[in-house]
Design a binder for this molecule. Structure first.
Ligand SMILES: Cc1cc2nc3c(=O)[nH]c(=O)nc-3n(C[C@H](O)[C@H](O)[C@H](O)COP(=O)(O)OP(=O)(O)OC[C@H]3O[C@@H](n4cnc5c(N)ncnc54)[C@H](O)[C@@H]3O)c2cc1C
Length: 421
């Protein structure tokens, strides 16, 4: 028994869900977008964090002009880090303007069946019959804790995405595992909060990104290559700005590109903040962790084979996110089995559709197909645009006039127009 029906249901209201909804609403479809706007950013990233992406690479996508971060903050300079709360406020503003009517609840299951092809059940108990479903649940479900640390109770070992308030660790010894921006920033923020962080990194040397030049000479542009949403360089530009072409790169090479583009490194502006308050041990391979007294003993192995035990009260694994469709428990077991996958990621068409017609994946789950930009906000406009165009081509009511979002946008448009993107 279905309570309601909709052309499309979007699961998740982060940058990809919101961008997809904005493109779809403008095309005149009935779209339900389920999720609290920017919830992952607001609840699962640490207070005091700054974005690593530049302002021009932190735009959500919409068909109407004036909706980019750089439109909202036209004076934001290249090299000026964006505070987390500024980005969350931008995302919420975007949601209110371009996608009115987001529903702050959860999808509890997506199943095949019903009159339209899919039944999406919400935490409220409502079941929606939908022709198309866009899975835009982000990175959260794919939080990765290495085997050596898994199975430990959450009060001893947690993933970096479990923390918004690192002040909870004030006065405590905390190991942070990892060497990427998340690990380095977590360690610094722990120190700021009065904890005693100890960074355990597999890399022999920590890597840091260089300061981006606000202006570059024509010669520097030719030698260094164009600037893009993922950084500077000819190849990087291709992966960032032409994700549609990345699909044609042979699979093994594509996976290497996903892994190796923007490898673990700290933002330039964080470097000076990683001072003597943070103990740093590099070249350490995790071996095991055991619970002891009120804490954890983490054993690591250095390059000589020496085993070193680090005793702390808590371990934060800042070890990233690994897409795996089996971890998307919001999808029914039948869907998880039936969607074609390769290395646990869904195989997607040029329009982000999986092997089950009408079921789309956006964001990290699409990185295996469209490359590394899908790990970042910068890929959201491309994904949203492609998914929307495909759904509209498939939907009988394609010619319907634009609905409430566009009307609301037009009504609220500032006098004198808004800047073009
Ligand atoms: C610490 C950290 C820092 C980062 N910094 C940057 C950066 O500077 N620049 C950058 O480009 N990228 C950054 N990223 C990557 C960033 O997470 C992605 O670029 C971005 O969030 C992708 O958007 P998304 O919509 O796919 O995912 P999300 O932002 O995670 O949004 C998905 C949303 O879906 C919701 N959701 C999940 N399941 C359900 C459900 N069943 N029902 C309803 N809602 C659901 C979640 O709560 C979440 O709000 C960072 C990631 C981390 C962890």
């Amino acid at each position: 028994m279905n309570d309601s029906a909709s052309d499309v249901v979007i699961v998740g209201a982060g940058p990809y869900g919101l961008s997809t909804a904005a493109h779809l609403q403008n095309l005149g479809l009935e779209v339900r977008i389920i999720g609290t706007p920017m919830r992952f950013w607001n609840e699962n990233m640490p207070e005091g964090m700054y974005l690593k992406s530049e302002a021009f690479a932190s735009n959500l996508g919409a068909p109407q002009p004036g909706m980019a971060f750089t439109d909202r903050h036209p004076d934001w300079r290249t090299g000026q880090p964006i505070p987390l709360e500024t980005f969350v406020a931008y995302g919420r503003w975007f949601a209110a303007e371009a996608v009115p009517g987001t529903e702050p609840t959860d999808v509890v299951s997506v199943e095949r069946g019903g009159p339209a092809g899919y039944v999406v059940t919400l935490a409220t108990g409502e079941a929606i019959a939908a022709r198309a479903v866009v899975i835009a649940v982000g990175v959260g479900p794919f939080a990765h804790i290495p085997d050596e640390l898994s199975g430990m109770p959450s009060w001893l070992v947690s993933h970096s995405s479990s923390h918004r308030d690192l002040g909870l660790f004030a006065g405590r010894d905390v190991a942070v595992v990892g060497a990427g921006q998340s690990a380095l920033e977590t360690a610094v923020l722990l120190a700021d909060a009065g904890a005693r962080p100890h960074l355990l990194a597999r890399r022999e040397v920590l890597d840091w990104n260089s300061v981006p030049a606000e202006r570059r000479s024509p010669r520097a542009k030719i030698i260094g290559g164009p600037r893009s949403g993922l950084g500077t360089g000819y190849r990087t530009w291709l992966w960032a700005e032409r994700p549609g072409l990345v699909r044609f790169v042979p699979y093994a090479k594509r996976q290497r590109i996903v892994r190796e583009t923007l490898p673990p490194a700290g933002a330039w502006w964080l470097r000076d903040r990683l001072d003597e308050r943070v103990q740093v041990s590099t070249g350490r391979l995790l071996a095991k962790a055991i619970e002891q007294d009120d804490g954890v003993a983490v054993t690591t192995v250095d390059h000589t084979g020496r085993r070193i035990v680090t005793e702390v009260e808590h371990v934060i694994a800042a070890t990233g996110f690994v897409p795996d469709i089996q971890r998307l428990t919001v999808l029914s077991p039948e869907i998880r089995v039936r969607v074609d996958t390769r290395s646990s990621s869904p195989v997607l068409t040029r329009d982000f559709e999986s092997s089950l017609p009408g079921l789309y994946f956006a964001g990290l789950a699409a990185a295996a197909t469209f490359g590394p930009v899908m790990r970042f906000v910068h890929g959201a406009d491309f994904a949203g645009r492609r998914i929307a165009r495909h759904i509209i081509r498939r939907t009988p009511r394609a010619a319907a006039p634009p609905r409430r979002a566009q009307a609301a946008f037009e009504a609220n448009r500032p006098q004198g127009g808004t800047p073009q993107r």
